[in-house]
Ligand binder design. Structure first.
Ligand code: PMP
Length: 317
């Protein structure tokens, strides 16, 4: 019994970094960190367990408490796993527009799922700002009503710190520090801010690029009246309080079609099966091929698995 884990929580993180071999890029090499290797099949397991253990250490969360989360699914799944293992009740609030795979999985993991109906005129599998605001309102109401603990990833510094200390330092170790650029699609911004901080502390000249949907280039400074795109997990057109402009070397954007086509290419040509945002990240990384020197190394993350989107049109041909 010398190679066993105390619980599934010890299997979070330490994900593989894999070279892409069929990108068609002339100058750059792209490496992807397969975050779907975690038990909840996403990068968000890291921050879920991080926020729960931080609250336990601070005495905010005690035995028998209820935890509540507003999430497009992945953080909720991570929190559901942490709460199942540690014995907390868990409620998750999400838009009915999210893929049903996440809802089914959350319920199986013991979560109580509150689905907020989509706002009039909004389409399923399309992330809209109005839907996001409705979910926020419902989560606030329930948190107060139930005296629940809400580990709010949008303001909790653990969100980016966990990526600085785990994901970022894993990338540096796995690549022996041979990195020229990093790109990440932004939801709460925890992934981008945390990993970029680790990389820039390691070597200031590593270029870091946040990725946004083409139709919602909010952080890049464009006016966004409403967000309507398919890249679940981000592109909400909000600036997180810990957003740090000094980490940004330029903004990249991708269309829904670019994200989808790239995800399909990764699946059929590289045997890698990501969600929408993984496709978006690799599509964005490939755009650096035009401007970077030959032999440059670009790293990105594949935040979750294509299995979470079987009912969407991501892999419908
Ligand atoms: N992709 C997916 C699938 C996600 O669930 C998330 C997190 N919501 C992100 C990307 C963005 O990560 P972050 O919140 O750290 O910016």
């Amino acid at each position: 019994m010398d190679d066993v884990r105390a619980s599934v929580l010890s299997t979070i993180g330490n994900t593989p970094l894999v070279k892409l071999n069929r990108t068609g890029c002339r100058n750059i090499e792209i490496y992807v960190k397969l975050e779907y290797y975690s038990p909840g099949f996403s990068i968000k397991d890291r921050i879920a367990i991080g926020m729960i253990e931080d609250a336990e250490r601070k005495g905010i969360l005690k035995k028998g408490d209820t935890v509540i989360g507003k999430t497009s699914g992945n953080t909720g799944i991570g929190l559901a796993i942490a709460c199942a293992v540690k014995g907390y009740k868990f409620i998750t609030v999400m838009s009915a527009g999210n893929s049903m795979e996440k809802t089914v999985m959350l319920k199986a993991l013991g979560a109580h799922v509150v689905l907020v109906p989509q706002q009039p005129g909004e389409e399923p599998d399309v992330v809209s700002r109005k839907d996001n605001e409705a979910v926020e309102k419902k989560t606030d109401e329930l948190t107060e009503e139930l005296h629940a603990y809400r580990p709010n990833q949008y303001i909790n510094p653990v969100n980016y710190l966990i990526h600085e200390y785990t994901t970022g330092s894993e990338i540096i170790k796995q690549s022996d520090g041979n990195i020229d650029a990093f790109v990440a699609f932004v939801g709460t911004g925890g992934t981008f801010v945390g990993i970029s901080s680790a990389l820039k502390k390691f070597r200031k000249d590593i270029k870091c690029y946040p990725v946004e949907p083409d139709s919602a280039q909010f952080l890049a400074g464009k006016q966004v009246i409403t967000t309507r795109h398919k890249i679940q997990g981000g592109g909400h057109a909000v600036k997180p309080p810990y957003w740090d402009e000094s980490l940004v070397d330029g903004y990249l954007s991708v269309t829904d079609d670019e994200a989808i086509d790239t995800a399909r290419h990764l699946a059929s040509k590289e045997g890698i099966f990501p969600g929408f945002s993984g496709g978006a990240n690799v599509a964005a990384a490939m755009k650096l091929d035009k401007t970077m020197d030959r032999g440059s190394i670009v790293v990105t993350v594949l935040p979750d698995s294509g299995l979470k989107y079987l009912s969407s049109d991501l892999y419908k041909f």
